[in-house]
Design a protein around this ligand. Structure first.
Ligand SMILES: Cc1cc2nc3c(=O)[nH]c(=O)nc-3n(C[C@H](O)[C@H](O)[C@H](O)COP(=O)(O)O)c2cc1C
Length: 271
């Protein structure tokens, strides 16, 4: 299964099969994590595979996370520099891993951080210039479960994400790419993405919170940066499939009040 198809099948998995993944599968995941694709060069980001998920759960009080308990056989601990770029990079890089795992019918769930870095000390040595941003729980699906195509995901309508207009004014391929974005996972299913469509480009923005909300909801703000990176990954996968090639870039873009620009999908040979 390719990554495009995986977008339509992926969902967050919160219950896992009793036996974990095989050593070969885990070795493969570890290898792909270390070879993950880069969005911004020079941003300090890492991921560590914790094979014994149970022992991690015992050490981390907040793995119950922001909501809902997720007990998985394995985890990826994601770390980055404590900057907006670091959080966006984390979402972008590791959502490719999430989709690649979904393509192999391996379940995953992003988990917002609800614990201190020190609680991870038995499992991961976090570089001095980094902090743990999020976890990704992973493991086999429970017996009898599978990742089937989701026709109607729990998301807002496509038009909600478009700043300039009516979906009827855009071609089908472009709308399919926006649908890939819409299907991205996001913290608390907040779906904070907005897009401006231009010929051959999709510009991605995040809703801007005011300063007080940003301070009060600091963690939420950080998680939304991760959501933004995840959104860029889905745009890229959609663009490569539906536009015969596309890449993520920072490009000239319209300024939009109340929105922060994140990056653009630029189609090859499209304007
Ligand atoms: C950055 C981030 C943090 C998340 N944190 C949690 C979490 O702590 N607990 C949880 O159960 N789900 C968590 N999720 C999963 C979201 O709730 C989920 O993606 C969203 O509800 C959409 O559902 P879906 O992934 O099944 O499409 C998180 C997702 C993201 C992207």
């Amino acid at each position: 299964m390719n990554l495009y198809k995986a977008i339509n099948r992926r969902r967050s998995i919160r219950n896992y099969g009793e036996t974990g993944l095989s050593k070969t599968q885990l070795d493969e995941i570890e290898k792909s994590v270390n070879e993950s694709r880069e969005l911004f060069s020079g941003v300090s980001v890492d991921a560590y595979l914790v094979r014994d998920g149970q022992s991690l759960q015992q050490d981390i009080s907040g793995i119950i996370a922001d909501y809902g308990k997720v007990e998985a056989p394995h985890y990826l601990v994601l770390t980055s520099e404590d900057t907006q770029k670091g959080f966006v990079e984390t979402g972008y890089r590791y959502e490719f891993i999430v989709l690649a795992l979904a393509a192999q019918e391996v379940g995953t769930c992003w988990i917002g951080k609800g614990f201190r870095d020190e609680e991870l000390s038995r499992h991961v040595q976090i570089p001095r210039d980094q902090t743990c941003t999020t976890l990704i729980a992973l493991g086999p699906l429970p017996a009898g479960d599978n990742l089937h195509e989701i026709e109607d995901p729990k998301r807002k309508e496509l038009s909600h994400f478009l700043i300039n207009g009516d979906p009827n004014c855009f071609d089908e391929a472009t709308l399919k790419i926006v649908d890939c974005l819409r299907r991205s996972p996001s913290s608390l299913n907040s779906q904070p993405w907005r897009v401006v469509l231009e010929h051959g480009a999709i510009h991605l923005y995040l809703r801007k919170r005011n300063k007080i909300t940003r301070m009060v909801l600091k963690d939420m703000d950080r998680m939304n940066q991760v959501d933004a990176g995840i959104g860029l990954c889905h745009l890229e996968v959609g663009g490569r499939h539906c536009w015969d090639g596309a890449e993520i870039k920072k490009t000239p873009h319209p300024e939009k009040k109340g929105l922060v620009y994140i990056g653009s999908l630029k189609g090859q040979d499209r304007g």
